[in-house]
Design a protein around this ligand. Structure first.
Ligand SMILES: Nc1ncnc2c1ncn2[C@@H]1O[C@H](COP(=O)(O)OP(=O)(O)OP(=O)(O)O)[C@@H](O)[C@H]1O
Ligand SMILES: Cc1cn([C@H]2C[C@H](O)[C@@H](COP(=O)(O)O)O2)c(=O)[nH]c1=O
Length: 203
């Protein structure tokens, strides 16, 4: 470990088990800070509500990208960088890779703008990223089974889940130095053991 703490992110399609596994890893690492995006700071949580709870189609793809980036900048300033500076491990449920896939490639091709904004306003990359990969239909069914989740998941069709999955796998190949693909088609205990073993090796 270098001067700061380790920054570990979880990525993957909706319902793949990111939140479950981020929480389980945090429980194993003393002093680790568990956070999420969009959100994680008071301002970013406000933006989360604006983006995720508003009516569909309210924001253009470009405005949505700016909102996610603004939320991340606030989260980075208020929580991520200060905790890393204290030498603490920060575990984040989604980060910039989600923007690369969702804003970069699902509502037109905004990849150049995503990269430019990231370089200008964020800069930070994770030390380690777990991409929980799994069958989109199973992930969708898991998500739908969650209490209160039905209306949100109705807007995420299988086709979008397939596109996002392919995007994350391509990203893992693009950043092999920090990305580890984890098979999420297993029970949560088996996935958690796999992840914990990789953290011991990686850190
Ligand atoms: N390995 C697993 N096997 C079966 N069910 C699981 C597994 N992991 C998580 N779940 C359940 O699936 C649902 C989605 O899990 P979770 O919230 O962790 O996924 P997520 O990737 O964070 O979803 P989202 O991106 O939509 O927030 C939850 O009800 C959770 O309890
Ligand atoms: C960080 C981030 C997230 N999203 C999308 C992906 C999901 O559909 C929601 C977040 O929901 P979760 O239950 O908290 O996983 O937001 C996005 O489009 N772009 C991003 O940068």
């Amino acid at each position: 470990m270098g001067a700061g703490g380790w920054f570990i992110t979880f990525e993957g399609i909706d319902g793949s088990g990111k939140s479950t596994q981020a929480r389980r890893l945090a429980e194993r690492l003393p002093g680790a800070v568990l956070t999420r995006e969009p959100g994680g700071s008071a301002g970013a949580e406000e933006i989360r509500r604006l983006v995720l709870n508003g009516e569909t189609g309210r924001w253009s793809p470009e405005t949505e990208l700016l909102l996610f980036t603004a939320a991340r900048r606030d989260h980075l300033e208020k929580l991520i960088e200060p905790r890393l500076s204290e030498g603490r491990t920060v575990i984040c449920d989604r980060f910039a890779d989600s923007t690369r896939i969702y804003q970069g490639a699902t509502r037109g091709d905004l990849r150049d703008k995503v990269d430019a904004l990231h370089a200008l306003m964020i800069g930070r990359e994770p030390d380690l990223t777990f991409i929980i990969d799994m069958d989109p239909a199973t992930a969708l069914a898991r998500g739908m089974a969650r209490e209160g989740a039905e209306s949100r998941f109705e807007s995420f069709g299988l086709e979008l889940q397939e596109t996002v999955r392919a995007g994350f796998l391509a990203l893992a190949a693009q950043f092999p130095e920090r990305c580890v693909v984890i098979d999420g088609n297993r029970d949560a205990d088996a996935v958690a053991e796999d992840i914990a073993a990789r953290v011991t090796v990686e850190t």
